[in-house]
Design a protein around this ligand. Structure first.
Ligand code: FAD
Length: 389
């Protein structure tokens, strides 16, 4: 009958379920999610929901009726705790369910900061709808954000727009330095400073004493709320317990198959053997959707490799950004920036030799199609590159 079980309740899971039905799968599909909500999009949690420009009802992938109409059994608020690859069973709550094919889409969880674990401070992390609503209710007074990555900076933007005073502490010399390189990382540093963020770079938490935080630069704060945004770890416990190969995620081949032939993994959890980029694990919305769909097709017998390039976006204040590509294990040699950095309207290309390995724009929305066309397509003419929007 080809019973498909999807473990996970994020967008990877939801899009895999849709694709299975769209491709004509008529057998049973069961979606097991530890969360009590229907699968929802997480990008609004650090943007529209905090800014009050989107409401909760708009974030769901499908409404409840859609799952009923498509005969998808939802087991929400249920954690899958054990997976037996020999007998093809998964333990979900009190039940043991049999599968023919299983998709792992367990996503990732925020890395925690030990120094705050036992503190008297009000400390928050952002991954779930509850986390977002909790932070939204407290976006006032003095906010301390640990980590100037995408999520930390998006929260900083929302907090400043809500009128809070914001300090961001980052151990690197610049925000987003590893992804963007220093020229563009500086654009984001300036953006936040112009909006009144106290951005403390090359700085860490030295100590926490009661409600007082001392930074490595000796600055002291008494924040009303601390938000930790220092990255996420893949949720591999179930896969590891089942003996699947894991290493920074669940190892999957080009087709998204794990080391067990009837088990696939997709989205944040998948450490994928990408045909052009080598092994990568991507924690982005587009990847979760497209890998979810791809895994569904693989479950139905497709042997196509997953070749799509990573894509992601961010919105901070009045700046929108889209980025396509990935430097892969080879990295990049130079960044070519065209446009107006002061106005934050520009395109940027990361090159390895004569090949564009990634491209990005800030507030130059008609550039994205052209960026997609030049990334990883072989040697480019640099003059032509700088003439692109
Ligand atoms: P997840 O969304 O993590 O979902 C995994 C689900 O599986 C969860 O519901 C979890 O509870 C459940 N689960 C885990 N283990 C079990 C188990 N054993 N049994 C049952 N259920 C289990 N990306 C962008 O490209 N652009 C953005 O602007 C952007 N903004 C973001 C903002 C925030 C606040 C966050 C948190 C992420 C953002 N992302 C963004 C990243 C993007 O949302 C993720 O890449 C995407 O959510 C990954 O989807 P997923 O389904 O693989 O995993």
């Amino acid at each position: 009958m080809n019973d498909v079980i999807i473990v996970g309740g994020g967008i990877t899971a939801a899009h895999a379920a849709s694709e299975l039905r769209d491709q004509g799968h008529s057998g049973p599909i069961t979606l097991i999610s530890a969360e009590t909500h229907l699968p929802y999009n997480r990008p609004p949690l650090s943007k529209g929901l905090l800014l009050n420009t989107e409401d909760v009802d708009s974030i769901y992938v499908h409404d409840r009726a859609w799952y009923a109409d498509h005969e998808i059994t939802l087991r929400l608020g249920t954690e899958a705790t054990a997976l037996d690859t020999k007998n093809k069973t998964v333990v979900a709550g009190q039940d043991t369910i049999t599968y023919d094919n299983l998709l792992l889409a367990t996503g990732s969880s925020p890395r925690r900061l030990d120094i705050f674990e036992e503190s008297e401070l009000n400390v928050a992390y952002l991954r779930t709808l509850e986390n977002s609503l909790n932070i939204k209710a407290k976006l006032k007074g003095k906010i301390l954000i640990i980590g100037a990555g995408w999520i930390g900076l998006e929260i900083a933007s929302a907090a400043r727009q809500a009128g809070a005073s914001v300090t961001v502490v980052e151990t690197a010399e610049l925000p987003l330095l590893g992804v963007l390189g220093d020229e563009l990382a500086n654009v984001f540093a300036e953006l936040h400073r112009e909006h009144g963020v106290d951005l403390r770079l090359a700085t860490s938490i030295d100590s926490v004493d009661g409600k007082k935080v001392t930074l490595s630069d000796c600055h002291q704060l008494t924040p009303d709320l601390v938000i930790v945004g220092i990255g996420a770890n893949p949720n591999v416990a179930l896969a590891r317990g089942a003996g699947l190969d894991t290493d920074n995620g669940v190892l999957v081949d080009a087709q998204l198959t794990t080391s067990s032939p009837n088990i696939f993994a997709a989205g944040d959890i998948a450490n994928h053997d990408h045909p052009t980029l080598g092994r990568i694990r991507v924690e982005h919305w587009d990847n979760a959707i497209e890998q979810g769909k791809h895994a569904a097709r693989a479950i139905l017998g497709s042997t196509e490799p997953y070749t799509r390039l990573p894509y992601f976006f961010t919105d901070q204040y009045d700046v929108g950004m889209e980025y396509v590509g990935h430097p892969g294990t080879q990295g990049f040699d130079e960044v070519i920036v065209t446009g107006d950095k002061a106005q934050r309207a520009l395109t940027a290309y990361w090159l390895k030799g004569d090949e564009v390995v990634a491209g990005m724009h800030l507030n130059t929305w008609d550039a994205i199609d052209k960026i997609r066309k030049v990334v990883r397509t072989g040697p480019v003419d640099r003059a032509e590159l700088t003439s692109l929007p």
